[in-house]
Design a protein. Sequence first.
Length: 213
Amino acid sequence: MKCILRFISLILMLCSPIVWGATIDKTQPYQMMEQVGSNTFDRLKNEQAQLRESPDQLKVVVEEELMPYVNDRYAGLKVLGSYLKKADKAEVADFLVAFREYLVTSYAQVLTQYKDQQINYSKSKPIRDDQRIVSIPVEIVQGDRPPIKIEFKWRKDKKTGEWQAFDMVAEGVSLISSKQSEWGGKIRSDGLPAVTEELARLAKTPIRYEPAK
């Protein structure tokens, strides 16, 4: 399950502010997901040689091309869950900074796992004007293996009408929920600053490609 979550998290982040000159309509989450996903995969193919030579450049790719379309703040607050009510505001602010940096490194590392897999995107469905959360199914096809079916959650900004990705669900497990379970105990036992420090340390991890087989 952990390996699947790591790999399919890649698709969640496939949103780019500049997609080879194309204009992205951020008020249409279905079209946006397919458009930016396809173009970002093309970029990975085209820049594979450079990225393998300097893997940490994947962090730059994530920072410049993906993070503007991810609601990392909302995701981070959701991870804190019920702890947020009694948490010190300054500690929460520090956690959100470290959480964002952790996401950049995590998704940069996940990008190294892309090997031209086929991605089947869900067809668009009507979205109500008052609807703020939408789940979009995606299917990952890897050769003769059974397809991996997942859902990505997007949230609408009620002021701008634009959508951002914030969570994914695989095998019935939410990525946010899994992180709540992973970090919740440490927050209770060691405090939020300890988790923030750990995330900051992980964020500095160098990106590495697996040796070619």
